[in-house]
Design a protein around this ligand. Sequence first.
Ligand code: GDP
Length: 444
Amino acid sequence: MFDNLSDRLGKIFEGLRGRGALNEKDVAAALREVRRALIEADVSLEVVRGFVEQVRERAVGHEVTRSVTPGQQVVKIVHDELVAVLGEEAVPISLNAAAPVGILMVGLQGSGKTTTTAKIAKRLKEKQNKKVLLASLDTRRPAAMEQLKVLGEQVGVSTLQIVTTETPVQIARRAQREGKLGGYDVVIFDTAGRTHIDEELMAETAEIKAEVNPHEVLLVADSLTGQDAVNLARSFDQRVDVTGIVLTRVDGDGRGGAALSMRAATGKPIKLIGVGEKMDALEDFHPGRVADRILGMGDIVSLVEKARENVSAEDAQKMAKKLKKGAFDLEDLRTQLLQMKKMGGMGGLMNLMPGMGQMKKAMAGANIDEKVFDRQVAIINSMTKKERANPDLLNASRRKRIAAGSGLQVSDVNKLMKQHRQMADMMKKVSKGGMGSLAGMFGG
Ligand code: GDP
């Protein structure tokens, strides 16, 4: 997600940043590009219009300070506006109410509602030690009730016994009673969805809401939703006053527009994102970091955090330091390759890396798969310590020796060297020049 947007904005700002002075025409041209990039990322037209207008107003009225170029200022304004639209801080699910705390899940059919319900239950149980009860109110699709039951069993969370003759409101009432009597901390209500918004769905959802008076109303929405995102979010928000949004399939090739659109249309925080089908593929949404990521600054914090889960704190710190310093030798590449393998391959990690767009393309050219990891590590293993620390030493005869040592071709060694150079350049760009130097200016 966000790759294209990030790429596009990166290029626009690349052009702007070099300039010493900017006139209104430059700003207007850049904003036209920003507008186009947002539309291509599937941000709704209405939101794009508001966004660009906001940036223009702030850009025109902006004091010119000596310390930064006008181009940098525009970048900063766009960044700030992105943060304003996405929100500054991650907003967790609130359980700050009398037990059992009710969470109502709403959204269209197929959005990932049932899956997300089970994911949230698992998280509350494991991370917050909560006793959770799940109830499916989807009386039209017995299969949906069954699905929740199966997922509940899978994550070790109770589900309300299925009674097929009850109405959704009756089930909701029974779930609440059971929640109280059974000493549950949280009851999550999984409502029925439709393939599109209709009055009947809204009326039913509103009726359920009135019955259970939930503490949280979470709208589950597919991040692949395009121009419909605003309409969808607004419709639900107007009828059932959502308290937060969960974006699913963020692991897919959504272009990121839905996140901006929904948040802008409702002002409600995106609380969580679904990043896969597995029950633990649920993450907090960090708006500030996403804004950074959209602008191509990478997400070093997430990268380090992710690494920390898999790698010792010490290693993670070392890596972060190296990234920041822009010093990146072959030993580091080897460490990274091994860590990447541990962390489930390239895809996940790439999204967190600075300059990921270009990087992904560079890597796609190298056709990375798990076996390639092993081969690359083998190549580096065949190098001496000195060679690893100083890749410039690797002349033709050394490369030949290394190829023979790792049982591969010289062309494989060359490929690896090229890849290393690309990565090192990217890191350097991010940490010294490029967007990296702007990070400080943003206070981030
Ligand atoms: P519901 O009709 O809204 O309850 O949707 P489901 O929970 O049944 O989900 C529909 C499909 O989407 C299922 O195959 C899920 O495994 C899948 N799904 C849900 N969330 C995610 C996600 O974050 N990423 C991916 N890749 N698939 C998801």
